[in-house]
Design a protein around this ligand. Structure first.
Ligand SMILES: Cc1cc2nc3c(=O)[nH]c(=O)nc-3n(C[C@H](O)[C@H](O)[C@H](O)COP(=O)(O)OP(=O)(O)OC[C@H]3O[C@@H](n4cnc5c(N)ncnc54)[C@H](O)[C@@H]3O)c2cc1C
Length: 363
């Protein structure tokens, strides 16, 4: 490994854990560094976050610089700038990688203006080609097009990777990294912004690639009325609303809410698809979903092969029953309404057999 060549990755933590998008950046950096024979240097900022360095090593970091201070307990764009700018100044990386997150968007562009560093958002793939020319593939026009950018000079570029775009691989236990802990002198009184409290994400507006639960509607929803039923379910289970490109093209869904190779790449814990056939372009956007439940009236629909629970039936019959049952459950236990995904329990095959669809557990 050529120790003089390095890539710098900015990592973030949230409630004492590394964000998945940080680990994605580390793994993306590892892949590039392996091709170049370079090292991956990760910079992590916060308070009492040094214990996270091992996880960064397990995902591909060669060196971890932990920047700690009590004033960095809660995010502040001014604080992050004060803490990180002097440290980054002394790194001379081939590339700077960071998650395309709200926090990074709050401070890194300011550094980029200060240093005249080209900074690119919405990146889906990053690399170095030829003799060190940065190459970036990024989404444009809300994901409708992809753009390939190449810098003709081997210049430092900052790339912000869309969360969820590559997924996170298994950690390599036993992999180690050089760990350095720095405690900068900071003046919290000079921070012009502070985090007072963190509000829980609103599933209706949360970015799809950060959503833990997604309920999707496709062409099988049949129109805005069917999509409204899908949306009601999303609200009932505290999920974000998504769908297929066909649904978005028909105007039943906002364009920035369709999922797939030309739309959003998602990685929720629970993905529920109603009237979605499961075309390759759609499935490639849900690869990293943990549990997939699909409702489709065609038992040969490809989505049923991807589903952990496949329900063969008409969504216009199933959704009203499901909604009614969820409302009863929510009324009985209002506090638990959004705590656990309740959809599978509500689809109890032993009840209301006449109205119920056939439940199929798929491989
Ligand atoms: C270059 C290119 C890029 C593309 N990118 C994307 C992309 O990023 N994302 C994307 O989603 N698509 C994309 N597409 C489109 C993709 O190929 C499919 O056409 C699309 O995903 C299908 O959407 P759908 O499942 O809603 O509709 P359909 O394929 O028409 O499927 C509807 C499904 O609903 C079922 N159904 C019908 N009525 C009911 C009912 N009453 N109850 C239950 N089920 C019912 C049907 O059996 C069927 O399986 C792209 C296409 C191209 C050419």
């Amino acid at each position: 490994m050529d120790q003089s060549k390095s890539l710098v990755v900015i990592a973030e933590s949230d409630h004492g854990e590394l964000t998945l998008s940080s680990l994605e950046c580390v793994e993306e950096g590892r892949e590039i560094a392996d091709r170049l024979g370079a090292k991956v240097q990760v910079v992590l900022c916060g308070n009492e976050v040094v214990t996270l360095a091992e996880t960064l090593a397990a995902h591909g970091a060669d060196a971890v610089t932990v920047v700690e201070h009590e004033a960095l307990d809660q995010f502040s764009a001014d604080g992050w700038l004060q803490a990180l700018a002097p440290i980054l100044l002394h790194t001379h990386p081939l590339l700077l990688l960071a998650p395309d997150s709200g926090q990074v968007r709050a401070w890194l562009p300011r550094l980029s203006v200060r240093w005249r560093l080209p900074l690119v958002g919405c990146c889906i793939r990053v690399g170095i080609i030829g003799d060190g020319y940065p190459e970036i593939i990024r989404n444009t026009y809300g994901g409708a097009c992809q753009e390939r950018l190449i810098w003709p000079y081997a210049t430092l570029v900052g790339a912000m990777l869309i969360p969820g775009v590559r997924g996170v691989g298994a950690p390599r236990r036993g992999r180690s990294a050089e760990i350095a802990v720095l405690r900068p002198e900071l003046d919290p009184a000079s921070f012009r912004d502070r985090t007072l409290r963190t509000l829980p994400a609103d599933p209706r507006t949360v970015s799809l690639n950060e959503a833990e639960r997604i309920v999707s509607g496709g062409f099988g929803a049949g129109g805005p009325d069917g999509m409204a039923l899908v949306q009601q379910l999303a609200e009932q289970v505290g999920a974000a609303l998504g769908g297929t490109r066909v649904a978005a093209d028909r105007g039943w869904l906002a364009v920035d809410r369709f999922i797939g190779s030309t739309g959003q790449i998602v990685a929720p814990k629970l993905y529920m698809a109603f009237g979605v056939s499961g075309a390759g372009q759609h499935l490639s956007g849900i690869t990293d979903s943990e549990i997939v439940i699909a409702v489709n009236n065609d038992r040969t629909a490809p989505i049923l092969k991807r589903a952990d629970l496949g329900v063969v039936g008409d969504l216009h019959q199933i959704l009203p029953i499901l909604l009614a049952k969820l409302r009863v459950l929510a009324a009985a236990n209002p506090a638990a309404r959004h705590d656990e995904p309740t959809a599978p329990a509500a689809l109890d095959p032993d009840q209301d057999t006449a109205a119920h669809p056939v439940l199929e557990k798929t491989a």
